[in-house]
Design a protein around this ligand. Structure first.
Ligand code: C5P
Length: 248
């Protein structure tokens, strides 16, 4: 097993720290097999599929290997429950945790405070909470029709990002096409983490609006979530290295 540095600063200059591999896998064994194939890996994303299958065990196992974990469970609930969920996630040692901005300012503040307190009590580095604004699976017509929200998505996204920032949340998950506008409104160290990344020559799959790793970082992204271009490649370590090589 490859040992990695136990603590890696998010946002530092190393390209490998800017690439978060999405572990869209159904069990611990296949998730660990993928990370073992990429010794240079620093960050991984554990989402709803993997966490629902394994519970906290997968986070423990990844942390044991020195990996930083983005726990992408998209919490959205009443303030007390948001606080409890973020407290538990922070105690697990997650470095990034997603919450839905539309939970509202009170819930976001409660989540942020709870995560910080829990990490401090456990002697861990405080995680960065990331707000999800509008899921990129929504299109304008369905957004207006099904949710009866009249404001265009391109206005609603920065509104929710502003709400999250004002509540003390440390960053947002956003589409690559939203990065430049959000970065203009929210300078570093506000985190902007973007999926929908496709290196030159990689299959788009079900992603429609994509950017290359270099383009997304140039637009202001702090970190990139990349899944299949690395995990489905014949040689995941080479594919990871190629993504990193594109970055400044
Ligand atoms: O394989 P691919 O690079 O498309 O994986 C992207 C990852 O980012 C997946 O885990 C997907 O669920 C996640 N994601 C996304 N688009 C969003 C939010 C999350 O692709 N808007």
């Amino acid at each position: 097993m490859t040992q990695r540095a136990a603590q890696v600063d998010r946002g530092s200059e190393q390209p490998a720290e800017r690439v978060i591999l999405a572990l869209d896998r159904p069990d611990v064994a296949s998730a660990l097999a993928l990370v073992e194939a990429i010794p240079e890996l620093r960050w991984v994303k554990v989402g709803l599929e993997l966490f629902s299958a394994t519970g906290p065990e997968v986070v423990w196992r990844l942390r044991e290997r020195g990996l930083q974990v983005f726990l992408d469970l998209k919490f959205h609930d009443i303030p007390a429950t948001m606080a409890g969920a973020c407290r538990s996630a922070a105690r697990l040692g997650a470095g990034l945790i997603t919450v839905h901005a539309c939970a509202g300012a009170e819930a976001l503040r409660a989540a942020q405070d709870a995560a910080q307190d829990a990490a401090a009590t456990a002697g861990l580095t405080a995680p960065t909470l990331l707000a999800v604004t509008v899921l990129t699976s929504w299109d304008a017509a369905r957004f207006a029709g099904e949710l009866a929200i009249a404001e265009p998505i391109e206005h609603y996204v920065p509104r929710l990002a502003g709400l999250a920032a004002a509540a003390g949340i440390g960053g947002c998950v956003c589409s690559p096409l939203e990065v430049a506008a959000l970065r203009a409104a929210h300078p570093e160290p506000f985190a902007l983490v973007t999926p929908g990344i496709r290196p030159a020559g990689a299959a788009r799959g079900d992603q429609q609006r994509v950017m290359s790793p270099a383009e997304a970082i140039a637009a202001g992204a702090s970190q990139l979530v990349i899944g299949r271009p690395i995990s489905a490649a014949p040689d995941p370590a080479s594919a990871f290295a190629a993504c990193c090589a594109e970055l400044p």
